[in-house]
Every structure is written in structure tokens, then in C-alpha cells.
Design a protein around this ligand. Structure first.
Ligand code: 8YV
Length: 321
């Protein structure tokens, strides 16, 4: 726990509701303005905008150029989460506003979720649970799943999270293939590099997305990639919904051009494509990959450390820009 700052240390604009413990702690030490609760957001910004020195946000709530430009005294944007694709980084840079995120502390739980989805879709875990609950076991056979052990795991984006997914997949005797902006010379021995996603999709059984969101990766998984993955291949997405052309994914699933999908993220969250609801070969989660008590606490601690160091010493721990 950090030493307390004077309550008047700084005015913060909180864009959306963050972890309740974090909100309570920040409110005890900063003047926090709750943007999401304001009936008239423009009026809140008119009244307090000139005093606001920090934005507290997350990947979900982001920070637009319009918001950044409405805050003349803004010094920093402090985000709860590793992904910052919804924060206008160019606008922050142009204003010399520091941006921080919470890398590292969530890698393990996000990787755990990727493996959970891989097992869930290949072994039909969620579907089997529904089968038992519906009382169908006594009278019907459930049928078989597909083996995960020993299959080929194709990771898109071998960053910290990708590496943790690979390590876990190796425990299932899986072969590791990956694509990345460039080949990683430090990748563990035996990891096979594919220069492009099409080749990777064609050669793996599970295509696991672990790249950042944003313009550079938008719709990286399109109809062509899904066709390369093929009718025995599974798509797993714990990255960002924008990485997948969701309409193309729905079409590929409807036409059985891929085996199924395990999705923690969607293109228009919290909306999910209604066509997927009836598909037993699809497992959908409400963006919970980092959602454990332990990890969310660690994310809150890191975000708080960034905020406090900035307003005390003008320094931060995990800077994006
Ligand atoms: C969180 C995330 O769900 O870290 C990220 O980029 O997407 C997740 O860990 C999110 O930031 C909190 O709302």
C-alpha cells in the first residue's frame, strides 16, 4: 500500500467503472470525477475539465482524441489493462501526455484462459455441461470430442502472453508454431516460425490470437485465413475482437469451413453475433481472460503505482508513450 497523497493531490477523470476497490482507494486520495455517471458529460467537462490532470480508464473505456483535447491540464492517461488500442495514442503524444498500462501481471491468467478455451471447444466442455443439465444423459449418448494433446498450436503474436500460451501448450505435447512481426531469435528451441498468418493457419490445428488490437492487426483473420485453417481447425481469440473479421467468422462457422471457435473477445463488445448462440462448436466468454481476483488486484496495484508515482515524482513504471 502506498503512502497517502493529500486528497487534493489531483483531479482525475474516470471514464468508466473500474475495480471497486481501486475506485474506492483512488477516491480516498484524489478528486475523482465519474464521467460514466454524469447525465450531462459535456457539462461535467465544462465545469471540471480545466482542473483534470489525469484520466483513469481501461482498454474497454479508452480515451478519445476529443476527450484528450477537452482537458487542457491533462498530464497522464492511466489504463487498467495491457491493451491500449482504444486510447488515442497519437493525440496523447501530440499533447505530451504520458500513457501507462498494466503489462506483465495478467499474462498468466490470459494464457490460462486461452488453454481453457482450447480444451472447451475441442472436448466440447460447455456443450457437455448443457447436455447434463438438460437431463439428457440418461437417455442419449453425447458423442466424441477431438483430442487436444499432441496437436499443433499456432500462435499469432509471440509476445509475453503468446509465450505463456506456448509454454502451457507444450505441457499438452503440442507442437508450437508462431507468426510474429519478425522471427524471435530468443524463441525457445523447436518453436517453428511462419512468416505469415496464412501459412500458419494452414499448418496448425489451433490458431490462437495473441496480438495487440488496433489498425495494424484489424481483420488480420479474414475469410482467406479461416479457409486456410480449414474444417478441422479451431480459432481461439483472447486478443481483441477487431483482429477477426467477425462477419467472415460467422460465415465460416455457418458453412462448417472451420471446426469451431473459442472467443473471449468480440468486435462490438458487449454485443456478440446472434448467429453464434445456436452453435455448439462455439464457446463465448464475456472478456474475462484477466478476470481473476489475483490478477485484477495486481493490475489495480500497478495502475495505482503509476498514478501515484506520476503525481508524486513525475515518473511512471510502465509507460506506453
Ligand atoms: C481487461 C484487457 O479486461 O488488459 C487488457 O487489455 O483486455 C483486459 O485485461 C480490461 O483491460 C479491463 O477492463
Amino acid at each position: 500500500m502506498t503512502a497517502s497523497l493529500p486528497a487534493s493531490a489531483a483531479d482525475l477523470l474516470m471514464v468508466g467503472p473500474l475495480l471497486p476497490e481501486l475506485v474506492a482507494d483512488l477516491e480516498s486520495r484524489y478528486r475523482v470525477h465519474r464521467l460514466w455517471e454524469a447525465q450531462d458529460k459535456a457539462a461535467l467537462l465544462r465545469e471540471h475539465g480545466a482542473a483534470i490532470r489525469g484520466i483513469a480508464t481501461s482498454g474497454r473505456f479508452g480515451a478519445t482524441k476529443e476527450l484528450i483535447d477537452a482537458l487542457p491540464a491533462l498530464e497522464g492517461i492511466f489504463s487498467f489493462g495491457v491493451g491500449y488500442d482504444t486510447i488515442d495514442i497519437a493525440a496523447a503524444k501530440a499533447r505530451n501526455v504520458v500513457v501507462t498500462n498494466t503489462p506483465g501481471v495478467l499474462d498468466a491468467c490470459v494464457a490460462d484462459t486461452a488453454l481453457a478455451l482450447m480444451l472447451a471447444v475441442s472436448r466440447r466442455i460447455a456443450e457437455a455441461d448443457r447436455f447434463v443439465r438438460a437431463g439428457r444423459w440418461p437417455t442419449e449418448g453425447f458423442g466424441l470430442g477431438s483430442r487436444m494433446t499432441g496437436k499443433r498450436c499456432g500462435i499469432v503474436g509471440l509476445g509475453n502472453i503468446g509465450l505463456q500460451i506456448a509454454r502451457r501448450a507444450q505441457a499438452f505435447d503440442m507442437e508450437i508454431l508462431y507468426t510474429n512481426r519478425k522471427q524471435r531469435p530468443d524463441a525457445p528451441e523447436g518453436y517453428r516460425y511462419c512468416p505469415d498468418i496464412l501459412e500458419l493457419a494452414a499448418q496448425c490445428d489451433f490458431l490462437v490470437l495473441a496480438v495487440p488490437g488496433g489498425g495494424a492487426t484489424r481483420h488480420m483473420v479474414n475469410a482467406q485465413v479461416l479457409d486456410a485453417l480449414g474444417p478441422d481447425g479451431w480459432l481461439i481469440n483472447i486478443a481483441r475482437g477487431t483482429v477477426v473479421d467477425e462477419a467472415a467468422l460467422v460465415a465460416a462457422l455457418q458453412n462448417k469451413r472451420i471446426a469451431g471457435a473459442g472467443l473471449d473477445v468480440f468486435e462490438h463488445e458487449p454485443a456478440t453475433p446472434p448467429e453464434l448462440n445456436a452453435m455448439d462448436n462455439v464457446v463465448m466468454l464475456p472478456h474475462i481472460a484477466s478476470g481473476t481476483h489475483e490478477t485484477r488486484r495486481a493490475m489495480a496495484d500497478l495502475m495505482r503505482a503509476n498514478l501515484d508515482s506520476w503525481f508524486r515524482e513525475g515518473q511512471v513504471h510502465t509507460r506506453v508513450v
